[in-house]
Design a protein around this ligand. Structure first.
Ligand code: ATP
Ligand code: LTN
Length: 333
């Protein structure tokens, strides 16, 4: 809470092209909070460098992620949209919270285990303390709700533990946040291996549908999606590929699983895959058009970054000063 206002915070890494998993699990839901909450949506570039990035790509993707936020319906007048590295308080609080986070709890994070096996040549300390920076993002704004996909639930729970631990020593410092996970779309699976999360850093391009893929590419990728040897469109255990496609279809059409089963009764997987591709392409077309306009205006995006960073820094400073004072750091401002 900030005064009377409830706060919503979330972030996306500019670590690759955004997928329909990022869209359905997170970004699409962000605008639903804009009326009832004060919302902060951050492009978390400092998180992205926990794995190696090419500087020119990171820079370009930072602009692109901000443009996509706006293209997905986030009005910069109603939401604070900004870039993490533009607000130094994130990194400052992160150091402090490192000293209130246990080695054992960080060792249990499944994302750390996954990423350290994927990047075995670069298991850096930042990859390990990643969730502490994420906790700092959230706690700096006295956040009440954090809309994320289910893969981030464990990190939000750790953030709650850090906040509670700190509040026990220094009462009333942080609001303890709740994760908000969508019922439908919380974990979109890879099209190539539907037992794995669709991830923007997957090397197999056929596994991923990007928000910015053109219509033909989207339809082709869905046509190639791995399913099973059955032929009936039915949501059931053991049918991971079809379950995933039905979930995507349901997210884009609003239809529930029974309606979808009825709609495709007596029709094969081919028809169904084509329909999933078409509804996805139709839903993404307006986002893509708006995105292109926004990205063409680089100066406009920079002005937006500046305004967002100033707004965010104002609130972030307040929490950081309060924390520093409580800890016994000498205040000279
Ligand atoms: P990477 O693959 O590089 O780890 P990521 O896409 O998992 O990246 P972020 O860009 O930081 O990570 O994720 C942004 C948001 O998208 C988070 O809230 C995350 O939970 C959500 N998200 C990511 N992938 C999926 C998915 N496949 N299904 C649903 N939500 C997802
Ligand atoms: N770790 C998140 C991205 C992220 C985030 C946040 C999400 C960084 N800081 C704060 C919510 C709130 C991920 O999706 N990989």
């Amino acid at each position: 809470m900030l005064g009377e206002q409830k706060i919503c915070f979330s972030g996306v890494q500019p670590s690759g092209n955004l997928t329909i998993g990022n869209y359905l699990g997170a970004i699409r839901n962000f605008s639903t909070f804009s009326e009832a909450y004060k919302c902060f949506y951050c492009v978390v570039d400092e998180h992205a460098i926990t794995v190696r990035q090419t500087p020119a790509d990171l820079r370009r993707r930072t602009y692109e992620t901000l443009a996509l936020y706006m293209a997905c319906g986030l009005d910069p007048e109603k939401n604070t949209l900004y870039v993490q590295s533009h607000v130094p308080a994130h990194a400052e609080l992160s150091w402090i919270l490192n000293c209130y986070t246990m080695f054992g709890e960080l060792s249990r994070m499944t994302q750390f285990k996954d990423k350290s096996s994927k990047h075995a040549d670069n298991v850096n300390a930042g990859l390990f303390t990643y969730p502490v920076l994420m906790a700092s993002d959230i706690l700096l704004y006295q956040t009440d709700v954090v809309p994320v996909g289910i893969d981030q639930k464990q990190h939000v729970e750790l953030c709650r533990n850090i906040a509670e631990r700190f509040n026990q020593v220094f009462p009333d410092t942080f609001t303890v946040p709740e994760p908000i996970i969508p019922q439908n779309g919380k974990k979109i699976m890879s099209l190539a291996d539907p037992t794995k999360k669709m991830s923007k850093s997957d090397e197999n391009q056929n596994a991923i549908v990007y928000i910015l893929d053109d219509r033909d590419t989207i339809i082709r990728k869905f046509r190639r999606a791995v399913t099973d040897s059955d032929t009936v469109v039915r949501f059931a255990e053991g049918k991971d590929g079809i379950n995933n496609l039905m979930t995507i279809y349901s997210c884009f059409t609003g239809k529930d699983m029974e309606e979808i089963e009825r709609e495709f009764a007596g029709r094969g997987y081919g028809d169904f895959k084509l329909a999933v591709g078409e509804v996805t392409a139709d839903a993404l077309a307006p986002v893509q058009a708006r995105y292109r306009e926004l990205l063409a205006d680089k100066a406009g995006l920079e002005a937006q970054m500046k305004k967002g960073a100033e707004e965010a820094a104002y609130y972030a400073r307040k929490t950081l000063s309060k924390v520093q004072k409580k800890l016994g750091f000498v205040q000279i401002r």
